[in-house]
Design a protein around this ligand. Structure first.
Ligand code: PAF
Length: 284
């Protein structure tokens, strides 16, 4: 696996692989790899001739008071894990390679970014994500790009910008990877002390309780949300948001008819965690 630092080097390496007839898969990341990231890399490996992983802690998507300066960084460990997953190129640019002096452009996906994490973290968050992802798509020009479904709103934002800007890339959303006790894998889980780590499992339990409510025929949003909220409360967790929304456009739903997305964000100890689950009325 090669580690590249510049846009020009990536373009050269990708052009060379394309010249050999290879298709290109991109996994955009901010590093601190866990099994969730590795599942994206393996999927890209299965489906592409050349696998590119970007490793860039994107300052534009962090707000004041967020964890940009403390975000876990260990490039050597990440490079070993990526190589083990069969990655060909690790693109790990310095900040000024992505945002050169005078950088003044931003991509804003309206509507989808007004709610949930966009409301909690502020508009800069998804503008930062959309801008860096658009740049990465232009730099790497992948056939497919792989994202984790844990960031369900991010996946919808990226799908929308790809559609609106006619970007020729297929977006692949990969399933959430969980710890054995159900906690969704996240680079931010390292912030959890032992007590918070135990309490954090309530997020997944809340989603599962909501699913059980739907399976029992309690499909109204109030009933679904009450079931989830009770699990969070039992672990002393007050959600930043807990909402039932359309998996297609994040419209608020008042009941689970066909598929619905239940999304939660909560601060647990020193970590801000998010999770989600698709709920469906199952025919018996
Ligand atoms: O999901 C992430 O790690 C980031 O938001 C992404 C997509 C790499 C953009 O910085």
């Amino acid at each position: 696996m090669k580690i590249l630092r510049t846009v020009a080097d990536v373009r050269r390496a990708v052009a060379e692989a394309r010249g050999r007839g290879a298709t290109v898969g991109l996994v955009p990341t901010m590093g601190a790899f866990h099994d969730g990231h590795l599942s994206l890399m393996r999927r890209a490996r299965d489906e592409s001739g050349l696998v590119v992983v970007s490793l860039f802690v994107n300052p534009a998507q962090f707000g004041a008071g967020e964890d940009l300066s403390t975000y876990p960084r260990d490039e050597r460990r990440d490079a070993e894990l990526a190589a083990g997953a069969g990655v060909d190129l690790l693109f790990a640019p310095p900040v000024d390679e992505i945002y050169p002096h005078g950088f003044a452009t931003s991509i804003h996906v309206a509507g989808l970014t007004d709610v949930l994490d966009g409301a909690s973290r502020g508009a800069h968050h998804f503008d930062g994500v959309a801008t860096v992802v658009t740049k990465l798509f232009h730099i790497v020009a992948p056939d497919a790009a792989y994202f984790g479904q844990k960031d369900a709103q991010q996946v919808l934002v990226v799908r929308r910008l790809v559609r609106d800007l006619d970007l020729p890339v297929r977006i692949v959303a990969c399933p959430i990877v969980r710890e054995p006790d159900g906690l969704a894998m996240s680079s931010r889980n390292v912030y959890l002390d032992a007590d918070s780590r135990a309490r954090a499992t309530a997020l997944n339990r809340a989603l599962v309780a909501a699913e059980a409510a739907v399976d029992d025929g309690r499909t109204g949003a109030d009933e679904v949300l009450a079931a989830a909220r009770a699990e969070l409360a039992a672990s002393g967790i007050e959600p930043e948001y807990l909402e039932l929304r359309s998996p297609h456009d994040l419209r608020e739903l008042d009941r689970v008819d066909s598929a619905a997305l239940l999304l939660v964000a909560a601060r647990v100890g020193a970590a801000r965690l998010i999770d989600n689950r698709t709920l469906e009325v199952r025919s018996s």
